[in-house]
Design a protein around this ligand. Structure first.
Ligand SMILES: C=C(O[C@@H]1C=C(C(=O)O)C=C[C@H]1O)C(=O)O
Length: 376
């Protein structure tokens, strides 16, 4: 399903100073000196397109630094006047929007916690009506693409056409190497729903620590994202918020230098032909895979009918376990990643269960929509 968003191309409202497009600045504006000094160092790299700074900070627990507030808008104005960098801030209420617009902030972004709440997004959207300020919408904290899309639609419906999404990763209960799980599939999914929508990656919030930022940044570029938002502080060791994930402006500059930029379009005809030939092979293999899956499902149907006639349960755990073990080992021997083979088999098995449930319980009522459409 393609989304019906009315969007102006990124290049019509933001001019990248260099490639990749880079929005950088401290997690929080702390003092006027800290913000302005950081802005000067960032501008001097020649790589930064816009200056970001949080001035209203949604903190998970009370008692933490909640942002410097409206006074920060004055500091941003000064930073912009002295460096020429356009400015970007997070807004979470109608009042934030009004104040930021009045102060001439160039780009607003909606944070992950706000995106998760349609009331908040609608309040922000209503406050934006009549303005044509660019707005970037971070993904919600939970991995729910509909919430992300819904927020983008609400802002777009308010008349904002200078629109982009920010991929900042998703909260996870499990402790992993990332502060927020990237779940790249969700960003790719958004791209397929709205190919014209620019997506900026926020490696700082995905990583949660400086060390991972280069890896995440490179991966984001290879996922054809249109830019990066990276937190940068003049002295991260004394940062009031997110100290571990901020980098100095000079470290940021080096990090950007080490990234490899690749093009989404293939221009070289020789390369184009070689790719076309390989893709042709893939097309044939995919057709075979689908044919074989359909054949397998026909056999599953026969098994389902036998089971129905003979009063045998659908799930046969020993057989399933045997399949899982044998195929995983076979896959490993053929250089397939074990996780991949397992996930694929699970998907096939759950479809097989669904099919047999349909056969066994014909005439006993329809399965709920969730069971028909999803494979848990
Ligand atoms: C098809 C069967 O039913 C289920 C589905 C399986 C499959 O699709 O391979 C395997 C075991 C059962 O849980 C079967 O019993 O063989």
């Amino acid at each position: 399903m393609k989304l019906d968003l009315k969007i102006q191309p990124l290049s019509s409202w933001i001019t990248a100073k260099a490639q990749p497009l880079l929005i950088a600045g401290p997690c929080s504006a702390e003092t006027e000196d800290q913000l302005v000094a950081t802005a000067h160092l960032l501008a001097a790299t020649g790589k930064v397109t816009a200056l970001r700074a949080g001035i209203w900070k949604p903190r998970t627990r009370p008692g933490e630094f909640e942002g410097i507030g409206s006074i920060g808008l004055e500091w941003l104005k000064r930073a912009k006047a002295e460096t020429g960098l356009p400015t970007a801030v997070e807004v979470a209420t109608a009042k934030h929007v009004e104040e930021a617009l009045k102060a001439g902030v160039d780009i607003l972004w909606v944070g992950a916690r706000s995106t998760a709440n349609p009331f908040t997004v609608q309040e922000i959207a209503d406050a934006l009506k009549g303005s044509d300020v660019p707005v970037m919408v971070k993904n919600p904290v939970n991995p729910d693409i509909s919430l992300w899309i819904g927020a983008l639609e609400r802002i777009n419906n308010a008349g904002i056409t200078k629109l982009a999404a920010i991929h900042r990763g998703f909260s996870s209960y499990e402790k992993t190497a990332f502060r927020n799980e990237p779940m790249w599939d969700l960003a790719i999914n958004l791209k397929t729903h709205a190919p014209e929508l620019p997506i900026i990656c926020d490696p700082s919030h995905i990583s949660g620590n400086r060390e991972l930022i280069p890896y995440v940044s490179q991966k984001a570029l290879d996922m054809d994202m249109q830019g990066l938002m990276i937190e940068s502080h003049i002295d991260p060791s004394v940062a009031w918020t997110d100290a571990k994930q901020q980098v100095t402006p000079s470290a940021l500059s080096e990090l950007i230098d080490r990234l490899t930029l690749r093009q989404p379009e293939v221009v070289n005809t020789q390369v184009k032909d070689a790719l076309a030939e390989l893709r042709n092979k893939i097309d044939k293999i995919d057709d075979l895979v689908i044919q074989k899956l359909a054949e397998r499902m026909k056999i599953v149907e026969q098994i389902g009918n036998y089971k129905k006639d003979n009063g045998i349960t659908i799930l046969q755990v020993n057989r399933w376990d045997e399949i899982l073990q044998k195929r995983s080992n076979y896959g490993k021997a053929l250089n397939l990643h074990a996780d991949f083979t397992e996930k694929l088999l699970e998907l096939i098995h759950s479809e097989s269960i669904r099919k047999q449930t349909e056969i066994m319980n014909a005439g006993q009522g329809e399965a709920p929509v969730q069971e028909q459409l999803t494979h848990s």
